[in-house]
Ligand binder design. Structure first.
Ligand SMILES: Nc1ncnc2c1ncn2[C@@H]1O[C@H](COP(=O)(O)OP(=O)(O)OP(=O)(O)O)[C@@H](O)[C@H]1O
Length: 477
């Protein structure tokens, strides 16, 4: 056949063939060069929810450490749906590998998805549908709270910086006992924050908000964080700042976190010696620790605890994440607000400062209701009188109530006894303090009288010397 005719016929056949087979198929395999294919995982999560509502045959499993049951498609099962006018068809395939080995049974299957659609939608599927599948899968994973924390392996090898809390903390705003007005204020602030995506975009700010929780130990800072995360349905990332070796590493870590998350740095005053930062920087420079190599070495040998500078932390709270999108809440906690650098506390970085202090009567009543199931009690009046005179944290009160196993009378009796005891202890301490102060004042007075006498003697001594010098000078003249 002449080559021209051959080419012509080839083209013709191919056109006819394509018009008869209008679909293209994408294969999404479980493993890609022996690494897990994230797209396969995403497709699996996505289809598991879709199939649950539409299929009659489902594979049901509960992977280890997963909270929820997982539905998967069975082999050769198909699922069809419409996406923005495109008809797509998924097929789950499983092919046995031929091998003589009996050892690697787990790898004896090739699992993959086939995604078929009309070839003219190739671009749209790639640019819209697949990202949509990934997004839905991410949301499902977040809901299951079983997402893998580390996206970048090197972080894992270097040590643990995040502790990701697989979230099931029971603390909510209802169980928390503190000023009800403050509680409503926080809830309103959070609600406003999550609704204002457009606003943050319009004014060119990163969609984040910073809270500083401060107050004595046991006043509910950690519990409030848990309540906030439950309220917003966000994940919690607890950042151990002292383990992070450099500002750049901090930046990488932050980029790796997902949106809809609460990033927590507890006891910021202990994590970071902010007050001493300039001195630290100089010492690091002197020791050659300011280079990456030096930092690594110093970290290994434990000669420098943290390389995070104030500016690193400030960058972290400022709009560093703006490029990442998604809403995030940053919460710092401290028992000593006064120790923190003003630069860290200014609005825009820490937008809301929340003081959690010793228990007051409203909070006490909430604790009594939650722990003992009572709203009124004959001893409540006595509690009202004593409580303002003492310093008891909700944690202290909660512990006592807990030990009474919901026996309201016993709980109220024990707490009142403890309060009276506390009041007497505090009175004793005040008396001791004031007598120590009196003694000190008296000593100081005596010292100052003695000093004054001393000064007078010295002054007289100086005067005598001066007179003598004058006489000598006159004689010399
Ligand atoms: N305001 C509160 N309402 C209800 N329970 C509270 C409150 N504050 C503390 N508790 C109880 O006391 C325990 C300790 O509280 P939490 O760890 O939240 O205090 P904290 O202020 O974070 O303490 P620290 O500063 O030592 O970390 C919690 O288990 C919680 O049950």
């Amino acid at each position: 056949m002449p080559p021209e005719v051959y080419q012509f016929l080839k083209l013709l056949f191919s056109k006819v063939f394509t018009s008869l087979q209008p679909n293209v198929t994408i294969l999404i395999e479980e493993f890609e060069s022996s690494l897990t294919n994230e797209l396969f995982d995403a497709a699996q999560s996505y289809l598991s929810t879709k199939c649950f509502s539409s299929s009659r045959v489902l594979k049901l499993s509960k992977p280890k450490n997963f909270k929820n049951l997982t539905f998967t498609m069975s082999t050769n099962q198909t699922f069809e749906e419409m996406f923005e006018g495109i008809k797509v068809k998924w097929t789950f395939c499983c092919v046995e590998k031929k091998t003589n080995s009996n050892i690697y049974r787990a790898s004896l299957e090739n699992r993959y998805f086939q995604l078929s659609f009309h070839h003219k939608y190739k671009e749209k599927v790639q640019s819209s549908y697949i990202p949509y599948v990934i997004e839905v899968a991410e949301t499902i994973k977040l809901k299951n709270r079983e997402r893998k924390l580390y996206t970048n392996r090197s972080f894992e090898e270097d040590g643990r910086y995040w502790s990701f809390v697989p979230f099931s903390h029971p603390s909510t705003f209802d169980t928390l006992a503190f000023d009800p007005v403050l509680k409503e204020d926080i809830k309103a602030d959070l609600t406003k924050f999550i609704k204002r995506k457009e606003f943050y975009g319009r004014v060119g700010r990163a969609w984040k908000r910073g809270y500083l929780l401060y107050g004595p130990p046991g006043t509910g800072k950690t519990s409030l964080i848990a309540a906030i995360a439950n309220f917003l349905e966000f994940d919690i990332y607890d950042l151990e700042l002292t383990s992070v070796r450099s500002n750049s590493q901090l930046r990488k870590l932050l980029i790796s976190i997902s949106s809809k998350s609460v990033v927590v740095v507890e006891d910021i005053d202990c994590s970071l010696d902010l007050s001493d930062r300039s001195k630290k920087a100089i010492t690091a420079e002197e020791n050659g620790n300011d280079t990456e190599e030096g930092k690594d070495k110093a970290h290994r040998t434990g000669s420098l605890n943290s390389f995070i500078s104030l500016s690193g932390v400030l960058n972290f709270v400022d709009g560093l994440w703006s490029s990442c999108g998604g809403e995030r809440l940053i919460i710092f906690t401290t028992n000593h607000k006064e120790k923190l650098d003003q630069a860290l506390l200014r609005p825009g970085r820490m937008d809301k400062h929340i003081n959690l202090s010793y228990c007051e009567i409203d909070a006490f009543k909430m604790l009594a209701k939650n722990y003992l199931g009572i709203e009124k009690h004959e001893l409540m009046k006595d509690v009202e009188e004593v409580l303002p005179l003492i310093k008891m944290t909700p944690a202290d009160i909660g512990e006592i109530f807990l030990s009474c196993e919901e026996d309201a009378d016993m709980g109220m009796k024990r707490i009142l006894e403890k309060m009276v005891e506390e009041k007497e202890k505090q009175c004793r301490l005040t008396i001791e303090d004031s007598s120590i102060n009196n003694d000190k004042n008296q000593e100081q007075n005596e010292d100052s009288v003695a000093n004054e006498d001393g000064h007078k003697i010295e002054e007289r001594h100086d005067d005598n010397n001066k007179e003598k010098e004058d006489v000598v000078a006159e004689k010399q003249d």
